[in-house]
Design a protein around this ligand. Structure first.
Ligand SMILES: [Zn+2]
Ligand SMILES: [Zn+2]
Length: 392
């Protein structure tokens, strides 16, 4: 079968000390400090066979994620930009849906013909964090498309316990093809859902909700805020294309954060009260968090979902006098996230299909990743696409 294989040279940067774990497993904890000169090539690879507790899925759609872009783009020294856990060579792609073709002997709840999507985080279920109910912090984590083969391929074998059925999507979206496309949005949507509702505990119906960033995670957060009954949703995004998408999925007001002072716009739109619930999905907390602090409602919440490995100025006095709360969020597993998101989509109450802006074939997946990475200079170097899908 065909698959998009990423290979790179294992070449720790000068001064990066490999841990015993990295030496023994061949996994880099900080990928951007180890993997040099990546190559992405669609090539013939062996078709996987499902183990006893696995299912074999024929992939129907797989989204390009920001992390995939960070394997494609390198820094000036030739290292990948993705800073997380990685082991190469492997097949990329982790936001996918497909049809089950075969199941292992121990699989009970999934059958050939089922339409499914899957978690990307392969939590072990045995370590202390998993047993304590924190699968997103598993100590033995494998990640589909990062450390084990992913879904920019014709087939993928996945443990049945990570798969979720999306059969009902065909009814609400009118065709299986559309159902698979929307199904491929489940994983990133669950990242937003996990941050907003599992971690931060959500907001009351009618609340003022602000989302910084309208990439796929911010757009999913906007759609979820509408589905969850926000009273007013305000979105800040640099790219005009993405601002238009934010409006389509539920934002009442959209702004270019360079054209206004966000905190002033928020205070004006909330009659001086400030917003009840902030989502940071821009990955630029050094500029967004200070604006949130200045426009935080009493009892307001901030949830950090975007990634940015840097220190952020926070004036903690604000969190005291305004009874504020700050939450950090990572991952998408556990807490009913997948079944809840799937139920919302199946009910027709959450339709993120407008955020799918382009489709590529598997043969052209590298071009699809390159397109996702495009940053027009006139938009201050911001990405403009919604979600790009690859369909084998
Ligand atoms: Zn992703
Ligand atoms: Zn674990």
């Amino acid at each position: 079968m065909k698959g998009l294989v990423l290979d790179a040279e294992w070449k720790p940067r000068d001064g990066y000390l490999l841990s015993d774990f990295e030496r023994q497993t061949g996994k880099a904890v900080t990928g951007s400090s180890v993997w040099h000169k990546p190559t992405l090539i669609v090539q013939e690879v062996e078709k996987p066979q499902p183990g006893p507790d696995e299912v074999l899925i024929r992939v129907k759609a797989c989204g390009v994620c920001g992390s995939d872009i960070h394997f494609y783009e390198t820094d000036k020294d030739g290292y990948i930009l993705y800073p997380g856990l990685t082991k190469f060579p492997t097949i990329l792609g982790h936001e996918f849906s497909g049809v089950v073709e075969k199941v292992g002997g121990q699989v009970k709840d999934i059958a050939p013909g089922d339409m499914v999507t899957a978690e990307e985080m392969i939590w072990c279920g045995y370590c202390t964090q998993c047993r304590n109910g924190f699968p997103n912090h598993c100590e033995n984590l494998e990640e589909i498309g990062f450390t084990i083969p992913g879904a920019f391929a014709e087939y993928i074998a996945v443990g049945a316990k990570y798969c979720w059925k999306i059969n009902e999507f065909a009814k609400v979206f009118g065709s299986e093809e559309k159902a698979y496309e929307v199904g491929a949005l489940t994983e990133p949507t669950c990242v937003s859902y996990n941050g907003m509702f599992a971690r931060a505990g959500g907001f009351r119906p009618g609340a003022y909700v602000v989302v910084f960033g309208a990439g796929p995670i911010g757009l999913a957060a906007t759609g979820l805020a509408r589905a969850a009954g926000a009273g007013k949703i305000i979105s800040f995004e640099v790219s005009p294309e993405r601002r238009a998408l934010a409006q389509q999925v539920g934002a009442d007001q959209v702004y270019d954060p360079r054209a206004v002072t966000p905190s002033e716009a928020i205070l004006e739109l909330t009659s001086g009260q400030g917003a009840d619930f902030f989502v940071e999905a821009a990955g630029a907390p050094q500029v967004t968090i200070p604006e949130m602090e200045k426009s935080l409602a009493i009892n307001g919440k901030i949830v950090q979902i975007g990634r940015a490995a840097q220190r952020v100025p926070m004036y903690l006095e604000t969190f005291q006098v305004r009874r504020g709360q700050f939450y950090g969020s990572q991952g998408h597993s556990g807490d009913g996230n997948f079944p809840n998101v799937i139920r919302l989509v199946a009910s027709g109450r959450l339709d993120l299909s407008p955020i799918i802006t382009t489709r590529y074939s598997l043969d052209n997946v590298v071009e699809g990743i390159a397109q996702s990475a495009v940053r027009p200079a006139h938009d201050g170097g911001a990405r403009r696409h919604g979600k790009i899908l690859v369909k084998p």
